[in-house]
Design a protein around this ligand. Sequence first.
Ligand code: ADP
Length: 381
Amino acid sequence: MPGARRVVTVGVVGAGQLALMMGEARSAAGVRLTVLAASPEDPAVAVADEVLYGTGFEESALRELAARCDVVTFDHELVDLDALGRLVAEGVAVRPGPAALLFAVDKAHQRRALAAAGLPVPRFSVASTGDDLDRVLEAVEGPVVVKRARGGYDGRGVAFPEGRGEARATLAAWAGEGEVLVEERLELVGEAALVLVRSLDGALTPYPLVDTRQAEGMCVETRYPSRVGPALKEEAAALGARVAETVEPVGVLAIEYFVTADGLVVNEVALRPHNTAHWTIEGTTADQFAQHLRAVAGLALAPVEATSPCAVMVNLVGGASPPQPTPAVDGVYVHDYAKAWRPGRKLGHVTALGDDPEETRVRAWESARRLGAPTEEGAWP
Ligand code: ADP
């Protein structure tokens, strides 16, 4: 058929909730989805066009995935970057590529590379094997945060030691297992996230800035629009463009900012659909999952408009007992990831849309409470 476009098959390493929501967005993006799942219980298994089994650390599984699809992308960063590098050298389209992924895999690399590009990051030092740990600690004044360079997420591998003695002990405990980051503990006015989608040719399609609230290292809630002033919004956009130039990803680039009295500081980047943009499913005309798929498939991105003046997303995290079926709250969209209940595990999220920020927030939390979210509603800073 002249003019007919062959449907691109996107292969996703991992089959968690992000792959699930990519699966739900695949028709909008006009692609097919093959997932590399660790288990038949993984959320995305139910929605994928094809399922392979294995992990991102098995080169044979990555090769099988690559053979079955046109482009490889990711649900998470638990992946062998060297194996990916070999696939790229053989001509496999891996998007984002291993050099960009390293920013998300390795916090020490991320801090070093962003600092070298002149971007604002917390003052930091890095302990490598054999380093004098006291020296590493002394390089950063005042209270510190200690982070494993690799393998930590959702607050795991991040410690807030009380005093230098505890900081030294954490550093000593972790330093045997790889690089450890010591960084200044900033006084936060708040936290915000900017999610951009970068197409193959480097063009950026941004979502509006959102405020985020974290508890125990996990995102609890996001709020659109962000309440930071216009100057900080401009700063977020300008820094975001520079981060994108430095990281050079394809697809979603999420930038988590610390908001301080002196302006924005880059905390973290992620190179996959991000929790802080789940609200875009109902809150915008082109959600992050469809946009990510379009970008990695080399398709044109859709224009992004907000569908509502306000959106509040609250994560549903497993409480002391499994959630019970519950009546819906008007104007609140519930996403159940169909994951087995476990205390502390992200099981879903809710998004409320509305005209008034406070009223929207009340509805989002009413729904989250009915669904058994144990996280405290808390207050925005
Ligand atoms: P993860 O990779 O597990 O998400 P982060 O490095 O983003 O961990 O840290 C989790 C949370 O801890 C942040 O969102 C922030 O609330 C707090 N935090 C991390 N680093 C600092 C810091 N240098 N100063 C103040 N708070 C921090």
